[in-house]
Design a protein. Structure first.
Length: 371
């Protein structure tokens, strides 16, 4: 009942490649732009928590559990409303899904369809028990607390009329019917998931056929790739790689000897820009060969270097500006004779260190060839 896999699979589809976030966070619906991604996230979260509750809690059976009955009904209501909203957004439909059907609560006391009758049950069992009967021409009723005094169902509630002299009505509730109703909506997540998958495939094919210009100098090309990665299918790994490359190619190098070493490193990275461009154009976000040089990994570096380099990276890429860096002396000791330690910023130092590691990697490769 309310299998975990269904909501997990749906969430995985919704989060795939950040496509749904990009598409639905600025979505044109019902004549205006909406942030429907917020709606989708809210619906997923409440469907998830409601389904978890329904899976893990026993059905209420005692008179003292009126609030548990209400919680059970509200959990199903969260699923119904969440799925209804997801369906309206993803299928761009103003018609409520399953509305008008009557296979879960047939022959009910109020001659209502399933959707309307469930809303009536929700009201009578505690959502607004002193304000029941809001349809035109319908008499007002008021509910007592619910209890296990039902003759034909699992739980019941007494409904009293506003009309003088009218007796009460005993309204039964059946948990099998409630679960059938809730699961009907919950299981339809699989249909909505398939529609999201279909839209994603359609979007990918559309973007494959939309060629984008990627010209200019290296920095300008990387800026184009950064923009295209953010607007087509945002890939966090590609975004990180592009931002590293942007910094490596845009930072000015102070010392001339360092500049020669950095240019050699930059030349080795140029093919990676073409690789990124081709993959984004083809909408195929596979592993990048250039990531093996971001950073280079020569075998001759000491094991403790990894910690120092991670601190340097954190200081360079910390967007809050609060990261402190106190390991410059360790870097000077590690790369003495390879780097001229004249630099204007930690970003420049980061580029110098990467270039130095690349030069060490080239030396190791030459040693292997010579041996």
């Amino acid at each position: 009942m309310f299998e975990r896999k269904i909501i997990d699979d749906f969430r995985e589809q919704a989060n795939m490649l950040d496509w749904a976030c990009i598409t639905y966070s600025n979505h044109f619906r019902e004549g205006k732009q909406r942030d429907d991604w917020s709606l989708i996230c809210s619906a997923m979260d409440w469907i998830d928590v409601a389904a978890r509750y329904l899976r893990n809690y026993p059905l209420p059976r005692k008179h003292a559990e009126s609030m548990e009955v209400l919680t059970y009904i509200l959990s199903i209501d969260n699923i119904v409303e969440g799925v209804t909203q997801l369906h309206s957004v993803i299928f761009s439909s103003q018609k409520k899904v399953f509305y008008g059907e009557n296979d879960c609560f047939p022959d009910n006391e109020f001659n209502m369809n399933d959707y309307e009758y469930f809303k009536r049950l929700r009201a009578c069992f505690g959502v607004h028990p002193v304000d029941i009967g809001n349809r035109k021409g319908e008499k007002k009723m008021f509910a007592s607390w619910s209890g296990d005094f039902s003759l034909s169902g699992d739980f019941a509630v007494m409904l009293y009329s506003e009309n003088v002299g009218e007796g009460f009505i005993s309204l039964d509730i059946n948990f099998d019917q409630l679960n059938k109703y809730g699961e009907k909506y919950y299981n339809s997540l699989e249909t909505i998931q398939r529609e999201l998958g279909r839209q994603l495939i359609e979007y990918i094919e559309q973007k494959k056929n939309e060629a984008f210009e990627c010209s200019g100098n290296t920095v300008e090309r990387l800026e184009v790739l950064h923009r295209e990665n953010n607007t087509r299918l945002f890939d966090a790994s590609y975004n990180g790689t592009i931002e590293k490359l942007l910094m490596i190619f845009s930072v000015s190098i102070t010392d001339e000897l360092n500049r020669h070493m950095v240019e050699t490193y930059r030349e080795a990275l140029l093919s990676g820009i073409d690789e990124i461009r081709d993959n984004i154009q083809k909408m195929q976000y596979g592993l990048l060969k250039c990531d093996a040089l971001l950073p280079p990994r020569p075998r001759s570096l000491k094991k403790e270097w990894g910690y120092t380099f991670s601190k340097l990276s954190s200081a360079v890429f910390d967007t809050t500006g609060r990261e402190m860096f106190i390991y410059e002396s360790e870097i000077e000791e590690m790369f003495r004779g390879r780097i001229v330690f004249e630099y204007d910023s930690l970003k420049e130092l980061y580029v110098l260190v990467n270039a130095a590691m690349y030069s060490m990697l080239l030396e190791e490769q030459e040693e292997v060839i010579c041996s």
